[in-house]
Write a protein that binds this ligand. Structure first.
Ligand SMILES: [Zn+2]
Ligand SMILES: [Zn+2]
Length: 336
């Protein structure tokens, strides 16, 4: 099968061939239909301490069709179209039993969406209903990231929400905050180029980050936010969130910043800010995301700005490092 391989920071992804995977116990092999490119794919291939090892075939936002089943697989058959959490756990610790394999001490990644087939966890997968395409299926993972963060916040109905960042995590957070009962939602980012998309996902306003932004955000929201969802992971944004949030408000970090990001604790103390850090999703959140799309709430489809072939991927992937106008790029590993 064809794959695109990470060969080390500073080098473009390399096209190659690999043996088709064989499903382990409790696993299936899927023929990948679509895989999204994530900000972490870029961060963790950039010459950073948390980089993937050379030789990795990345890709964790995938959906595909089951083509082979391992032992002890229940509820799936050949031909089923699924989205799967890109990780497996031990299956019997508290995190695994709660449907959160990302919290398992023995968690192993199941990447490989930058290739034509991959091994996926059967118990960590959800079936795609007829109305959803494989492209929709590849949106389940990034949308579930936003859902987990909003759920972690325990948002009160009608809460004023600030979303910092308007990339796919921020857009997903807006989508879920709107669906789960937020009051006014304002997004803020350095550039306003995703203002229309943020509005489509449910935002009421958009503020450009820069001089006077804290006052501008308050004005756009009709008061300081009860909840700030930090969704960009840029240094300085946790401090910005604390500056913006209302007294006794909450800040949830979904941005996965991989550098130290200093905050002034006394400002947070003065306001008695509560903070939480979100990571991943549960199987239930994967299912709920799928059900929500299936119910016709398909605005997130508009996040997909381009779909590329494996041949086009190495160049397209490097171009994403420079920013540009993409929101969510998808790969079709069978496109020629
Ligand atoms: Zn991701
Ligand atoms: Zn476990």
């Amino acid at each position: 099968m064809r794959v695109a391989i990470f060969e080390g920071a500073g080098k473009p992804l390399a096209l190659g061939v690999a043996d088709e995977p064989v499903p382990g116990v409790g696993e299936v092999v899927i023929k990948v239909g679509r895989c999204g490119i994530c900000g972490t794919d870029l961060h963790m291939t950039s010459g950073h301490a948390m980089d993937f090892p050379a030789g990795t075939v990345l890709g964790h936002e995938y959906a595909g069709e089951v083509v082979a089943l391992g032992a002890d697989v229940q509820g799936l058959k050949s031909g089923d179209r699924i989205a799967a959490m890109p990780a497996v756990g031990c299956g019997h610790c508290a995190a695994c039993l709660a449907g959160y394999p990302l919290g398992c001490g023995q968690m192993q990644g199941r990447l490989g969406g930058f290739g034509q087939y991959l091994r996926a966890s059967a118990s960590g997968s959800v079936k795609l209903p007829q109305a959803l395409s494989l492209a929709d299926g590849a949106l389940v993972e990034p949308l579930a990231v936003g859902l987990h963060g909003v759920a972690l916040a325990g948002m009160a109905p009608g809460a004023r929400i600030l979303v910092l960042g308007a990339g796919s995590v921020g857009l997903a957070a807006i989508f879920w905050a709107r669906r789960l009962g937020a009051g006014r939602i304002v997004a803020a980012a350095p550039s306003v180029r995703r203002a229309a998309l943020a509005a489509t996902m449910g935002a009421d306003g958009f503020v450009a980050l820069g001089e006077g932004d804290v006052a501008g955000i308050s004005e756009a929201l009709g008061g300081a936010p009860d909840l700030v969802l930090e969704c960009a992971g840029a240094v300085g944004l946790l401090g910005k969130a604390i500056d913006c949030v209302s007294p006794r408000g909450m800040v949830v970090s979904l941005g996965f910043c991989t550098s130290p990001d200093p905050i002034l604790p006394s400002t947070a103390s003065w306001k008695q800010v509560r903070m939480a850090f979100s990571f991943g999703y549960t199987l239930r959140e994967f299912q709920f995301t799928t059900d929500t799309l299936d119910a016709g709430h398909v605005e997130p489809r508009q996040m997909i700005t381009e779909t590329v072939s494996l041949d086009a991927l190495p160049v397209a992937f490097e171009a994403l490092r420079g920013g540009g106008c993409q929101t969510k790029m998808h790969i079709d590993p069978w496109a020629v």
